[in-house]
Design a protein around this ligand. Structure first.
Ligand code: HEM
Length: 221
């Protein structure tokens, strides 16, 4: 979402060519696919389109629907289940944390006053140093979209408590091992899980509209 300037540019071009036709919801789904795929030079998954945008936006609703970065495996599995996603989807989609950053505030309780004993101690020290130095964010992993997230987890170098939680469940631990050994398997399954997630709560027909501005509230039905 930090890349909203890109979303705005895409929306402006589409409005020029084909007014009030392509929803912001579809644009976000397509741009997410393209952002992940660009390093591979081909689309990693097909995005089904035809979503409408919601008629209202309530910031609190987004937060209410997001699991906490401090969540246990049980909490995460329950919140994914509520959306029709299973434990395998949870493991596979969490692999998105191979890229991007997390604010120091989301890991503060893992570092202080006592270091989380499940965290590799050397890694914990380096996170502490970065955050104490006044840096606001720590990096999840590599700039490449790859399966290194899973090797990091197994080395107890998962950044968020919720990342580390994937080792708490026996089946999940087994899957993390498989994903750490097979990049192609990860990418293939990631694409399928993104398609599944992209089909949750989709608005069609008169249940929604097409926004003309993705950050604004103006709607055409
Ligand atoms: C399993 C539950 C999840 C939790 C608890 C979680 C939590 C978080 C948190 C706290 C951040 C830092 C965001 C910020 O405040 O700036 C983050 C970043 C991110 N998450 Fe997740 N996340 C989860 C699942 C996912 C899924 C399913 C995806 C996508 C498939 C995803 C993709 C990302 C990406 C790409 C970033 C980096 C954003 C950036 O660098 O600006 N996460 N996540």
């Amino acid at each position: 979402m930090a890349g909203y300037d890109i979303i705005d540019k895409v929306k402006a071009s589409l409005e020029n060519l084909c007014p009030a036709t392509v929803s912001c919801a579809d644009i976000i789904a397509l741009v997410a696919r393209d952002a992940v795929s660009q390093q591979f030079g081909k689309d990693l998954w097909e995005v089904f389109t035809g979503r409408k945008d919601g008629n209202t936006s309530i910031a609190k609703e987004a937060l209410d629907n997001l699991p906490s970065p401090a969540a246990t495996f049980e909490d995460l599995a329950a919140s994914f289940h509520e959306k029709g996603l299973n434990k395998m989807d949870l493991d596979i989609l969490s692999g998105a944390h191979t890229i991007g950053m997390a604010p120091c505030s989301t890991i503060a309780t893992r570092l202080m006053p006592v270091t989380d004993p499940t965290l590799d101690q050397g890694f914990a020290e380096s996170l502490k140093e970065l955050c104490n130095r006044g840096q606001n964010n720590v990096s999840f992993g590599t700039p490449r979209f790859d399966n290194q997230y899973y090797s990091q987890l197994l080395a107890h170098r998962g950044v968020l408590r919720s990342d580390a939680s994937l080792l708490e469940d026996t089946e999940s631990l087994h899957l993390v091992g498989l994903l750490s050994r097979g990049e192609d398997t990860f990418l293939k399954n990631f694409g399928a899980a993104m398609q599944k997630m992209g089909g949750i709560g989709v608005l069609v027909g008169s249940d929604g509209g097409v926004r003309t501005n993705c950050i604004g509230v103006q709607l055409l039905s």
